[in-house]
Design a protein around this ligand. Structure first.
Ligand SMILES: Nc1ncnc2c1ncn2[C@@H]1O[C@H](COP(=O)(O)OP(=O)(O)OP(=O)(O)O)[C@@H](O)[C@H]1O
Length: 268
């Protein structure tokens, strides 16, 4: 279980995260939603032990997140991986897709090169990345292909928790749908826990058991995803929904996108 206790982060006078409390059981999925600047990416960095909390703690399966440069980081990153928005920094532009996907195995395991390559090919296949792309460079891939390569790289160490920071926000609806379907499949088949960070409330109820809404570093509310459209929602959550003109659109959009995917021959 991911346990976040009274997590706070300040920089100078500015409070970025304020006493967050999160419990995420194994195999469950939490969406973290909020407008720009609400602290979502800072939370992702904290979970990845890339930034230190000012106070509070994070633990996963009883192990406390490392805060100093020790070998504890190695154990942490074997369990927890991050996939973030499609940026040039995600994959080394000089490495082939195969080299990028197998890179974590070079750092974290003693597998022979041939075994690493075989595992990388398996994970590329798992995320639906055509094998002919394994010899390509990152700039030769489409946005959806690039994102799938990042997901394959994050999954190759078989993490128990995947933190996804805005990974589909820049993709068109077909590619969003396919990646969401992939993550759903991994949750079911591998009991992968998921923290799915986004500003887009339209995506989250399809992927998450629970939704945490954040504003100015604070948790506004936490609820089961089926209750997203309930009248009990906090006014801020409702305003996020209304701003995006999403109320009532979800089911229609789901079936429309599914129809499009069935009909289209586009592959990613
Ligand atoms: N190192 C830092 N020093 C000062 N302020 C910071 C630092 N890192 C983040 N912030 C501030 O903390 C707030 C939260 O930033 P964060 O990137 O976590 O938000 P976010 O919800 O992920 O936003 P977005 O959706 O735009 O990515 C912002 O106001 C940001 O300017």
């Amino acid at each position: 279980m991911l346990e976040i206790n009274q997590l706070s982060k300040s920089v100078g006078e500015k409070i970025i995260l304020d006493k967050l409390e999160i419990r995420l059981p194994i195999g469950r999925s939490l969406a973290v939603v909020g407008e720009s600047g609400s602290g979502k990416s800072t939370l992702a960095k904290m979970i990845m032990a890339l930034a230190r909390p000012t106070s509070g703690s994070i633990s996963f399966n009883g192990v406390v997140a490392p805060q100093h440069k020790t070998s504890d980081f190695k154990a942490w990153y074997r369990q927890i991986q991050l996939v973030f928005q499609n940026t040039a920094a995600s994959l080394d532009p000089r490495m082939t897709i195969m080299q990028s996907i197998e890179e974590p195995l070079r750092y974290f395991t003693k597998l022979e090169k041939s075994d690493r390559k075989q595992r990388a090919a398996e994970y590329a296949d798992l995320v639906g990345l055509p094998s002919m792309l394994l010899t390509s460079l990152p700039n030769q891939l489409s946005g959806g292909q690039y994102q799938r390569a990042c997901i394959a790289k994050a999954l190759i160490l078989k993490p128990k928790l995947l933190v996804c920071d805005e990974i589909v926000s820049n993709l068109d609806v077909i590619h969003q749908y396919k990646i969401i379907k992939l993550l759903q499949k991994l949750r079911e088949e591998q009991k992968l826990s998921l923290v799915f960070i986004t500003h887009d409330l339209s995506l989250v109820s399809r992927l998450s058991d629970q939704i945490m809404v954040m504003k100015n570093g604070r948790m506004v509310e936490l609820f089961n995803s089926e209750a997203l459209h309930s009248e009990d929602r906090h006014p801020y959550t409702r305003s996020l929904l209304e701003t995006a003109k999403l109320i009532g659109r979800r089911n229609e959009e789901d079936s429309h996108i599914a129809d499009m995917v069935k009909k289209t021959t586009i592959s990613i």
